[in-house]
Design a protein around this ligand. Structure first.
Ligand SMILES: Cc1cc2nc3c(=O)[nH]c(=O)nc-3n(C[C@H](O)[C@H](O)[C@H](O)COP(=O)(O)OP(=O)(O)OC[C@H]3O[C@@H](n4cnc5c(N)ncnc54)[C@H](O)[C@@H]3O)c2cc1C
Length: 314
């Protein structure tokens, strides 16, 4: 059976939710091989074994300092030795940078922002603001594919992977830029926007008051997003902007409150599984996209919805 390598995202000894999803994608294609770039991989290997991983390749190094250039070099060397059918990487900014560098190094084709990859390595992408679905395949070299978070439910399948250490050589060129300090973002207890299963976003309709949006998000354990109108006005940080020039999210549930549904906003959330719109304008374009809509004032609707959810949980 052909093997599929995937790069494991991890931080502070914990694998990301996306790592479990990549493991599930890899398992769907062939033998799943996790690559862990860490000098202290024991805890990470234990977590990976919950997702049916067949093999773990670890590579030690000064990974807290190395940039994505070093990660691409390590992956290229492992790829050369393993000769996998494909390499899967998370579609984060860093993941896409590593994938691009790896594609150049290995003279391979690359597909980014896929939402699925099947047994024949045909990928699915949702493009042009979600209006078009594209199926494509790499025809040169080893397919390098980046997959969006939340595109698949990670399947729990306990396994006992074989573990081996790979001695990578990082060139001086790859060490030219290094990370001198990294300060984790203050999360405030909410899930990371691109990984959350539920996202509640607010737009210009909030008029700058995000409290009802945040309260509703917290009742659901959701992340908070925002339209560009809201972030440009300084009502919410740009890091929470969803859309063409913001983040792409694909949660199980996306709630858009006081957001009209401009094409640039849709580009970042259209692949969400269920979309709920709260808008006082029955003609707002977001309503055409929504699975469910509440036509009303978000300052009435959201507090009532929050109260109902909190009461149901009690
Ligand atoms: C190159 C480019 C890139 C862009 N990138 C992005 C991007 O990444 N993300 C993004 O979001 N936009 C982006 N935009 C901007 C985009 O075109 C829209 O201007 C923006 O999405 C509008 O935000 P909005 O829906 O919050 O505001 P509006 O379009 O003004 O809509 C506000 C909505 O709130 C409703 N409303 C008002 N009050 C209430 C209330 N009390 N209760 C309920 N509903 C209410 C209104 O009926 C209306 O539908 C981009 C634009 C360009 C040109």
């Amino acid at each position: 059976m052909s093997s599929v390598i995937f790069l494991v995202d991890h931080s502070g000894g914990k694998i990301s939710k996306a790592a479990g999803e990549l493991a599930t994608f890899a398992k769907g294609v062939g033998q799943s091989v996790a690559v862990v770039l860490s000098s202290n991989p024991a805890e990470i290997i234990t977590q990976l074994s919950a997702f049916g991983v067949d093999k773990v390749i670890t590579a030690s190094g000064d990974w807290d300092k190395y940039s994505s250039a070093a990660a691409a070099e390590a992956l290229a060397q492992i790829m050369e030795s393993e000769k996998p059918a494909a390499v899967l990487i998370t579609s984060s900014a860093r993941g896409k940078e590593i994938a691009g560098r790896l594609a150049v190094k290995s003279k391979s084709g690359i597909i980014t922002d896929a939402i699925n990859v099947d047994k024949e390595l045909i990928t699915t992408q949702s493009v042009f603001g979600g209006s078009t679905t594209v199926h494509s395949a790499v025809i040169t070299g080893t397919p390098i594919i980046t997959l969006r978070s939340n595109s698949i439910e990670a399947v729990a399948a306990p396994s006992t992977p074989t573990v081996s250490e790979f001695a990578v050589t990082i060139s001086d060129n790859a060490k030219l830029s290094t990370v001198t300090a990294a300060t984790p973002a203050v999360k405030g207890g909410r899930p990371e926007l691109t990984e959350a299963s539920i996202v509640v976003s607010g737009g210009r309709g909030t008029n700058g008051d995000f409290k009802p949006v945040e309260a509703f998000a917290d009742s659901l354990g959701a992340a908070v997003g925002a339209s560009r109108a809201a972030t440009d006005a300084g009502w919410y940080p740009h890091t929470h902007q969803v859309g063409q020039t913001g983040k792409t999210v694909s949660p199980q549930l996306y709630v858009a409150a006081g957001i009209s549904g401009a094409i640039q906003h849709r580009a970042g959330m259209q692949t969400s599984k269920t979309i709920v719109a709260i808008n006082k304008d029955p003609e707002a374009p977001i309503l055409e996209l929504a699975d469910f809509a509440v036509v009303g004032d978000l300052f009435n609707v959201l507090p009532q919805a929050t109260q109902a959810i909190v009461a149901r949980k009690a």
